[in-house]
Design a protein. Structure first.
Length: 113
């Protein structure tokens, strides 16, 4: 059976990467997502993933934390890069070629977007 689409966009919440944990990354969830994405990729479908960072940083009340809004936004963006790197490692273990991109310049870990 031929896939209906040649390319798809998959949105993963950062919180879903926690599995049953209260914080951080669950290796089983990363592995499950990587295997699911590989299955789709093996059908010839190009998969783009947009990943969240809520498992690492969730926007907080600035008055309580003293963190300015812009600084909090950058913290959230860094959390998404951490999650992207974790998913990238899991995908590459399954043989899926990956590219990690970020609007924040950090060429050592992600291509500029």
């Amino acid at each position: 059976m031929l896939p209906k689409y040649n390319r798809i966009l998959l949105k993963l919440s950062g919180e879903s990467l926690m599995g049953d944990r209260s914080y951080g990354l669950d290796p089983q969830m990363l592995s499950q997502y990587a295997n699911d994405i590989k299955t789709i990729s093996d059908l010839g479908v190009q998969v783009a993933v947009v990943i969240g960072g809520g498992n690492i940083y969730r926007g907080m009340n600035e008055a309580e934390t003293g963190i300015e809004r812009a600084q909090g936004d950058y913290m959230g963006m860094l959390a998404t890069v951490i999650n992207g790197m974790a998913l990238q490692a899991s995908l590459e273990k399954t043989g899926v070629k990956t590219r990690l991109q970020s609007a924040i310049k950090m060429e050592q870990v992600a291509e500029p977007y």
